[in-house]
Write a protein that binds this ligand. Sequence first.
Ligand code: OGA
Ligand code: MN
Length: 292
Amino acid sequence: MSDVWVQPTGAALGADIHGVDLARPVSDTAFQHILRAWSDHLVLRFSGQKIDDEMLMDFSARFGELDRVPIAAASLDRTNSGLSKDAEAWVAVISNVVHDGKPVGGLGSYELVWHTDMSYNPLPPRASLLYALEVPPDGGNTGFLDMYSAYETLPDDLRRAIEGRTCIHDSSRNSAGELRKGFQRTLDVRQTPGAVHPLVRLHPVSGRKALFLGRRPGAYIHGLPVEESEALLDAVWKHATQERFAWYQKWRVGDLVLWDNRCVMHRRDAFDESLKRLMHRTQILGEPVLAG
Ligand code: OGA
Ligand code: MN
């Protein structure tokens, strides 16, 4: 028996998990319950939590091995994050807060476009966990998309057009469009740096197929003339980003949101830059991307 209670959002994906205090050890029974809910709802929200980085890392590690933080934007000095030495390699600070004239974290207050975390790596993370320490009264909502449904509802012509095809996932820019440390601008999408992945991905646990798009800027479908790649990507993205596949998280302090990075994309609304938003994020090491 466990006290875990799962309350679906009623939208395409997402559920609230009640009855779990992440500042205390989570029993194996409760954790099995959480895993099942995750598999059913793809995004889970644990509200009203009070945890430090140690607890965030401990809970995250139940889902698999922790993955290192992504390469930051060229403008970010990570020594200003306020993280402990132990947390520095594993916890990414997502924030517009400025301390001593320097940002404490990445991604500022602007819009983040739809994306999969770190899919420009050969082994993109399995999951990400984002914990809210400070949030503005409004703005900065995070949207999630169910990429299983996006795949399953693809019109036949689009499904056939992407079958067996792979796509480049741009590693040079973050989801806010900023150039990462050590990267140059690329103008020809055929030269985009980053991992190449199948457009249809087989989820290693559920065995279901999901669209795997990564991010639109810099994307290129291998082997197609650029104009054809652009037109096909536009059509697939238009289909995949419909509101009927989405759910939006409106943040409160103490929310921890976990998403399955293999079958979910996410984005963020911009918010008023004069308001503070501070989030800590962990990511779980992924497995090879299987073609669907
Ligand atoms: C992320 C991300 C969204 C947000 O941390 O990977 O996309 O709402 N964050 O800050
Ligand atoms: Mn992200």
